[in-house]
Ligand binder design. Structure first.
Ligand SMILES: Nc1ncnc2c1ncn2[C@@H]1O[C@H](COP(=O)(O)OP(=O)(O)OP(=O)(O)O)[C@@H](O)[C@H]1O
Ligand SMILES: [Mg+2]
Length: 370
């Protein structure tokens, strides 16, 4: 039923405006293709997904404009030929800018009241966020399995390790000061302490500690870490920059855990950079970040830690979250696994993007309301 003011005046014109407004307001991409193969309509969401302006698309031949998207060509030509509706949920569209957007596609026949088929309506639903969430869930599952395994191992190692340390401490008392054997014994004690630390971290990873939630001023946490780290590497000429969005309120979070999270990310960046590198920490509010359907919170805060170090090779990006993955001689490889856990416990998301040779950016998304 159309509102009366729409049908008043020139009914045809207002009706056209009304329908055009509806189509433009739909969040999914809509492209209408005539049986001749010419595009007759392309709404703003379709412009966004494909990267083609509607001015360019309208009147263009669909087959030419989307020549690289063979699946789309097949779907559209089949619908035009047969009048059947076709859906495909595993598709991608390469934007004219080169960016790849995962989309769910449905193509409906365009049918007149008389039953005559005059073309096809192609709808494109951007499912980037769904894909990202799926990847995050897969990653969490993998880490949970690995965490359980590692914790089992840690339990087994803990007792014999205690025995070795106890024996080494007894030996320490037996040797004369200055004797070589005393030095060796002390190395044993120091190294068993190191293993003990790794084991404690592993056990903590596998057992949810429960968050101590309280209002946290993110900028204070980040500012304090940056201040301390700047002092720690005062002998290097690293430039620290921060861009904080002052409108970000306090968030409900576990301050100790968040400190650990950002300290790990900032330490990693410092480890990766050259002596005159630049480390940037920024914060901003993501207004409409769609987590999952039915998710209570939609407002997220994004904190980015970026460096201009050597970056992470593409083949390592998947593995950096795995316990014990480390490319450093003294690293345990638990830092990012712990970061991942802390972010998950805060119901957020963490992702790493890297441009090998140019740097790395870690983005942490945390809900503004817990
Ligand atoms: N900013 C970065 N730039 C380049 N590589 C990075 C960066 N952050 C992490 N990595 C890579 O990811 C690996 C895993 O990081 P993670 O923090 O888990 O362990 P680690 O730093 O090696 O050891 P630990 O943090 O336990 O001392 C690192 O060894 C490094 O190869
Ligand atoms: Mg680390």
């Amino acid at each position: 039923m159309l509102p009366t003011d729409v049908i008043a005046g020139n009914p045809q014109k207002n009706r056209d405006d009304f329908y055009a407004t509806i189509i433009d307001s739909v969040g999914d991409g809509i492209i209408v293709i005539a049986s001749s193969g010419l595009i007759t309509l392309c709404n703003p969401a379709a412009e966004e997904i494909t990267g083609f302006s509607s001015k360019l698309a309208q009147g263009a031949e669909f087959d030419k404009l989307f020549a690289l998207e063979t699946t789309l060509l097949e779907i559209v030509s089949k619908t035009i030929r047969t009048g059947i509706t076709i859906s495909d949920h595993e598709n991608v569209v390469v934007r004219s800018t080169g960016r790849v957007t995962p989309v769910a596609v449905t193509c409906y026949p365009l049918v007149l009241g008389s039953g005559e088929h005059i073309g096809a309506i192609l709808t494109l639903k951007d499912i980037t966020y769904i894909r990202e969430l799926e990847a995050a869930v897969r990653q969490s599952d993998r880490l949970a399995t690995l965490g359980t395994l590692a914790a089992g191992l840690a339990h087994e190692v803990k007792n014999p390790l205690g025995g070795i340390k106890g024996a080494a401490q007894l030996m320490e008392r037996e040797f004369e000061p200055g004797s070589e054997m005393l030095d060796y014994t002390r190395v044993m004690i120091r190294e068993t302490d190191r293993i003990d630390l790794i084991i404690r971290e592993l056990l903590e990873l596998a057992s949810p500690r429960g968050l101590k939630l309280a209002p946290v001023n993110l900028h204070k946490v980040l500012g304090d870490i940056l201040l301390l780290q700047r002092q720690a590497v005062a002998d290097r000429e690293i430039v620290f920059s921060k861009y904080f969005d002052p409108s970000i309120p306090e968030i409900m979070a576990d301050e100790e855990m968040l400190t650990r999270l950002f300290l790990n990310l900032i330490r990693n960046a410092i480890d990766a950079m050259s002596d005159n590198g630049r480390l940037t920490v920024s914060s901003r509010v993501l207004a409409d970040y769609r987590m999952a359907k039915n998710e209570r919170h939609s407002r997220m805060v994004a904190i980015e830690v970026s460096d201009d170090g050597p970056g992470i090779p593409q083949e390592d990006l998947e593995n950096i979250w795995t316990p014990f993955f480390s490319t450093k001689s003294g690293g345990t490889g638990l830092g990012l696994t712990i970061c991942h856990k802390i972010v998950s416990e805060h119901r957020g998301m963490i992702k790493a993007e890297s441009d090998p040779g140019h740097g790395t950016k870690f983005t942490v998304l945390l809900p503004l309301v817990q």
